[in-house]
Design a protein around this ligand. Structure first.
Ligand code: GDP
Ligand code: MG
Length: 163
């Protein structure tokens, strides 16, 4: 049996970088397929021997009449409803922001199954942000570097119970 993972979090934390790493170049062009919304990108992920569906909440960077906060909330709620498990990504270099706290609130309210990930944690620059992440009350944060491919086997281990 397979499962669906939604990657959620505020803009610029590295969601799409992780999505592309999981899906690979070949399938990362799902945007171009007809019928695929620009707001939620879906792809088939490979992580070691594991195969699953992954959803990236994209499209937040586009300007619309609606506030960014409202859009983020709606998109996140849609992605969470489609998913079995959510990867909530924060930027370990920036630390926990008020927007991150808003996301944590949405996920708690929806009783989503959440894995918290502190991305951009390569090197030492992410260490304080990693510690701050505990304050979100979502358990132990996963130390991730989507860009450098660090933390992928730990992510695999955390997804094992869902698979
Ligand atoms: P999204 O808006 O959450 O989808 O974020 P993106 O994937 O577009 O990434 C935003 C920026 O963060 C880009 O410049 C990425 O290259 C950078 N980025 C993503 N992952 C990492 C990482 O692990 N480490 C560092 N240092 N930068 C990263
Ligand atoms: Mg993105």
């Amino acid at each position: 049996m397979s499962f669906t993972l939604a990657i959620v979090g505020r803009p610029n934390v590295g969601k799409s970088t992780l999505f592309n790493r999981l899906v690979g170049r070949k399938l990362a062009l799902v945007d171009d397929q007809p019928g695929v919304t620009r707001d939620l990108r879906e792809g088939e992920a490979r992580l070691g021997p594991m195969r699953f569906t992954v959803i990236d909440t994209a499209g937040l960077e586009e300007a619309t009449d609606e506030s960014l906060q409202g859009r983020m909330r709606k998109l996140t709620e849609r992605a969470v409803q489609m998913a079995d498990v959510c990867l909530f990504v924060i930027d370990a270099r920036a630390g926990v922001t008020p927007t991150d706290e808003m996301f944590a609130g949405i996920l708690r309210k929806m009783s989503a199954h959440v894995i918290l990930a502190a991305n951009k944690a390569e090197g030492r620059a992410g260490e304080s942000g990693l510690l701050e992440a505990y304050s979100l009350g979502l358990g132990e944060p996963l130390r991730l570097s989507a860009e450098h491919g660090e933390g992928m086997s730990e992510l695999h281990a955390m997804l094992e119970p869902v698979a």
